[in-house]
Design a protein around this ligand. Structure first.
Ligand code: AMP
Length: 468
């Protein structure tokens, strides 16, 4: 279906053209159920009580109406007009990224603040003026107490992941923030679950809310056969080739997920070098390039489609049998969304995850969310610590990590507890074992964490309706 017809579903919700254009640029074609339910009500300025998890498209559901209201009623004041409170730094960054994308054709300013990094850049951005601020509660209160943030001009307030706020012990901080908000405002309240304390909080801050609700994303995980492979990041390309060459389990086409655009390009480059047809879709590719890549994949001209999460969300591929998580997402719901690309319409689906040492905590979170243990493939040739002889040949040369499964985790797995993946132990590498060498222990060196602060503040000056 041509995009312009499908986007009609967004237009029907009352969304203005500049935002429609932005959604089109994101490759969205139809609203998600939560967007269908929440956007018209929020545009009509109702409070919203939403039961929805991350991964359902709720960010767009709350941020599109805010962007539309603020851009249609510009205010000369530099004060913050919309505040989005969310429990974690990752979610805050993700929300701010989405706001950047959806507001690209407006002249709104947005910023994200969270703890664990220096506050200087955040304070600078606030001084310049921010329309839409995404924040975690601790840093927000901190900056409020220092007098850097004033909430008097707030007209829109979003409380995101209220139940997680509660779990993480932030509820009192949240209440302190709410106490400083103007009484006359629109409040959009989202929570994946509604324990009684969350219900109490919602009752105290919402006025005649419209209730919207969508099924939890975790249910999709049950339909897909999952497996994980522990593997060093640098060996993932060889493992991918190994799996694609496996005659026993033929993979006619596979959707491979990376976390970054750069990562997606790199995987394509590696695969093409290995003579495996592959193309990437991500936000740096033009709409045309994305559509070509997608149709090549659908008609099986390209065997591997490598995608980032944002780019892949809008796509729907029938009969996709395999999804590979080349990199593990740090937001658990993203995993569920990724694997939900396969196993559709009664077809069987397979989802494999390549897990490097640094990604083990993400997998643990994912298992908690899906309430399942993902079985570990213990006998692949690129177990952690494996040295590859040479890039051309790419055959395992040393294998030091023969035994990955730790007994304790296995026992726990049998008894149904969700903590199986602690089998990575940080050990000093010992590369002296020969290829077939015996009882070597898993060898894994934690990599140093990347230095520097992630992109904190982003702003744009594009006038409403500008096309560039
Ligand atoms: P959220 O639940 O807001 O975290 O959204 C999850 C993902 O869905 C994000 O990567 C969004 O870019 C994507 N997304 C949101 N709405 C749509 C849509 N209507 N069509 C395709 N993708 C979407």
């Amino acid at each position: 279906m041509p995009t312009f017809v499908a986007l009609k579903d967004f237009i029907k919700l009352g969304i203005a053209q500049p935002i429609i254009d932005a959604l089109e640029a994101q490759g969205y074609s139809t609203p998600t159920p939560i967007q269908e339910q929440a956007i018209p009500a929020a545009l009509a300025k109702s409070d919203i009580l939403g039961t929805a998890q991350t991964g359902t498209g709720k960010t767009a559901a709350f941020s599109i109406p805010i962007i539309q209201h603020l851009s249609e009623n510009p205010s000369p004041s530099k004060g913050i007009k919309a505040l989005i409170l969310t429990p974690t730094r990752e979610l805050a960054l993700q929300i701010d990224e989405s706001i950047a994308a959806y507001s690209i054709n407006t002249n709104l300013w947005h910023a994200v603040i969270f703890g664990g990094v220096k506050q200087g850049a955040q304070v600078e951005a606030i001084k310049k003026g921010v329309d839409i601020m995404t924040a975690t509660p601790g840093r927000l209160l901190d900056l409020m107490q220092q007098g850097h943030i004033d909430l008097r001009n707030i007209t829109h307030f979003v409380l995101d992941e209220a139940d997680r706020m509660l779990d993480m012990g932030f509820i009192n901080d949240v209440k302190k923030v709410i106490a400083k908000l103007p009484v006359k405002r629109q409040t959009l309240f989202f929570s994946a679950t509604m324990p009684s304390e969350v219900v109490k909080l919602s009752n105290s801050i919402l006025v005649n809310p419209v209730r919207v609700s969508v099924a939890p994303v975790s249910t999709t995980a049950e339909k897909v056969t999952q497996k994980m492979f522990h593997v060093d990041q640098k060996n993932k390309k060889y493992l991918l080739r190994h799996l694609l060459e496996n005659k026993e389990e033929e993979i006619p086409s596979v959707l491979v997920f990376t976390r970054t655009k750069h990562g997606a390009d790199k995987v394509v480059k590696d695969l093409v070098k290995m003579k495996i047809s592959a193309q990437a879709i991500h936000g740096n590719k033009s709409q045309n390039a994305r559509q070509t890549a997608l149709s090549n994949f659908k008609n099986r001209t390209t065997r591997v489609l490598v995608a980032t999460d944002i780019a892949a969300r809008g796509i729907d591929i029938d009969e996709l049998t395999h999804v590979i998580n080349y990199e593990i997402p740090n937001i658990s719901e993203t995993y569920v969304h990724r694997i939900g690309r396969t196993g559709r319409a009664g077809n069987s689906g397979v989802a494999w995850s390549f897990v490097d040492w640094e990604e083990v905590p993400f997998i643990k979170d994912i298992q908690k969310l899906i309430q399942q243990l993902i079985p570990i493939e213990e006998s692949h040739p690129f177990l952690p610590g494996t040295k590859v002889a040479e890039e051309q040949d790419a055959k395992p040369f040393f294998r030091q990590a023969e035994i990955l499964q730790n007994q304790k985790a296995k026992k726990k797995a049998k008894s149904g507890t969700l903590t199986s993946n602690s089998n990575f132990k940080s050990k000093t590498p010992n590369n002296s074992q020969p290829r077939s060498g015996g009882n070597a222990e898993p060898v894994f060196q934690p990599k140093p964490k990347p230095q520097g602060e992630p992109g904190l503040i982003k702003k744009k000056f594009k006038p409403l309706g500008s096309k560039d």
